[in-house]
Design a protein around this ligand. Structure first.
Ligand code: SAM
Ligand code: SF4
Ligand code: SF4
Length: 336
C-alpha cells in the first residue's frame, strides 16, 4: 500500500534525510556562531539513528511512495563512511535517485569514487560566493573558496553529473556575488542555483528585507547574459529553470519566499534522531524512533500513512511577519 495523498492532494515522493546535526562550517545564515558555539548541545551519538535504522526507515518510506532520497545535515560528510549508508539505500526497490547536499569540504576524489560506486547518483554543492574573502566571512570558519572548487572538480571527475551548485542570496551579504558566480559557472556544465534566503528556524534573525527576490536575481543575471525560461523537468521541481541565450548553459532560481511552491510539495524530512517533519518550517516532528523497537514494519508504515494523509502544511504560502516569528525547527536539524 502507498501512503494516501495529503489533504491538499499531494503525494509522498521525496525524502530528505538529515544524517547529523553537526557541521564544520558556521554559515552565518544557518548556524550562526552566537547560537551554535562551543556551549551548544548537539545530539549525543546514542540519539542519532544508525545507518541500519535509517535504511530500514527508508525501505518503509519507499513502500509508501518515496522515489527520491537526498542526504543532508548538518554536514552529511562528517558522518563516517556515509558511503555505507548510500549502499544500503541504493538497494531499496523503488528508489530511483539518491543525492547528497554538501559543503564539499570533505569531498575528495577518493570519497567521490566511494560514494559513486556505492550508488550515489548526484551531488549538490553549496557555495555562496566566488570571492574568497566574502566566502570566508559567510562560512565563518575561514574556509577558502579554492577548496570547495576542488571538491566540485572531484565530483565532476568522479562522474556525479550534473553537479548543482547552491548559492543562498542574502541582501547586504552576498548579492554582489550574483554576477561573479554566474560568470564563473557559465559554460562549466554545472548548474548554478540561486536560493532566496528563507526564515528557517529562529536563530538566523531573518527579516523580509534580507531577501533578494527571485525576479531581481533573474533580472540581474539577464541584464548581462539574456535568459530564456525552460520547462520544469517534473511536477514539484523547486527551481525555476533558465538557459543562457548564448549557449552558456542553465541556471535555476528557487523562489521559496516570493513565489512559493507548496501546492506541489511532495517532500518529507527525517531528522538525525528519527523525527518525521512534513514541512521545512514545522514547529515539531513526529517521533518514529519508538516504532523501530517493533519487529514488524507495519506499525511504522501505518504511522507514516496517517501522518502524510493528515498533512496540511503550506507554510510558504501563508508566510507573514507573525509566522516568521513562530517557533520552527532549525535548518541544521532537518537539512535543506
Ligand atoms: N551542510 C550541507 C550544505 O551546506 O550543503 C547540507 C545542509 S545545508 C542546511 C542544505 C542547504 O540549505 C545549503 O545549500 C544551504 O545553503 C541551505 N540553507 C541553509 N540555511 C538556509 C536559509 N536560511 N535559507 C535558504 N537556504 C538555506
Ligand atoms: Fe553547515 Fe550547510 Fe548550514 Fe553551512 S549551510 S552551516 S555548511 S549545514
Ligand atoms: Fe513544502 Fe513546507 Fe516548503 Fe511549502 S513551505 S514547499 S509545504 S516544505
Amino acid at each position: 500500500m502507498t501512503a494516501p495523498n495529503d489533504t491538499l492532494n499531494r503525494p509522498l515522493r521525496d525524502l530528505r534525510i538529515s544524517v547529523t546535526d553537526r557541521c564544520n562550517f558556521r554559515c552565518v545564515y544557518c548556524m550562526p556562531k552566537e547560537v551554535f558555539g562551543s556551549e551548544h548541545a548537539f545530539l549525543p551519538k546514542s540519539e542519532i539513528l544508525s545507518f541500519e535504522e535509517i535504511t530500514r526507515l527508508a525501505r518503509v518510506f519507499a513502500a509508501e511512495g518515496i522515489e527520491k532520497i537526498r542526504l543532508t545535515g548538518g554536514e552529511p560528510l562528517v558522518r563516517n563512511q556515509i558511503e555505507r549508508l548510500v549502499e544500503g539505500l541504493a538497494g531499496i526497490p523503488g528508489i530511483q535517485d539518491i543525492t547528497l547536499t554538501t559543503n564539499a569540504s570533505l569531498l575528495t576524489l577518493e570519497k567521490v569514487r566511494l560514494l559513486r560506486s556505492a550508488g550515489l547518483d548526484r551531488v549538490t554543492i553549496s557555495l555562496d560566493a566566488i570571492e574568497d574573502g566574502s566566502f570566508r566571512r559567510i562560512n565563518d570558519v575561514d574556509y577558502p573558496v579554492e577548496r570547495v572548487l576542488e571538491g566540485i572538480q572531484a565530483a565532476a571527475e568522479g562522474d556525479l553529473h550534473p553537479i548543482k551548485v547552491n548559492m543562498v542570496v542574502q541582501r547586504g551579504l552576498n548579492e554582489d556575488q550574483i554576477l561573479p558566480m554566474a560568470e564563473h559557472f557559465r559554460g562549466s556544465g554545472h548548474i548554478l542555483r540561486f536560493i532566496e534566503y528563507m526564515d528557517v528556524g529562529n536563530s538566523n534573525g531573518w527579516r523580509m528585507d534580507d531577501v533578494v527576490p527571485a525576479a531581481e536575481i533573474r533580472d540581474t543575471v539577464a541584464s548581462v547574459w539574456p535568459l530564456d525560461p525552460l520547462d520544469p523537468h517534473y511536477t514539484g521541481e523547486v527551481a525555476n529553470r533558465y538557459r543562457y541565450r548564448d549557449g552558456g548553459g542553465e541556471i535555476g532560481i528557487i523562489s521559496s519566499v516570493t513565489e512559493p511552491f507548496c501546492g506541489t510539495c511532495p517532500r518529507a524530512r527525517l531528522s538525525a534522531k528519527g523525527e518525521l517533519f512534513t514541512c521545512l518550517f514545522a514547529a515539531r516532528g513526529h517521533d518514529l524512533r519508538p516504532l523501530l523497537a517493533e519487529d514488524s514494519d507495519e506499525p511504522l508504515a501505518e504511522r507514516i500513512r496517517t501522518i502524510w494523509g493528515g498533512r496540511t502544511d503550506r507554510y510558504s504560502e501563508l508566510r507573514s511577519a507573525e509566522t516568521a516569528a513562530q517557533r520552527k525547527v532549525e535548518m541544521s536539524h532537518i537539512g535543506g
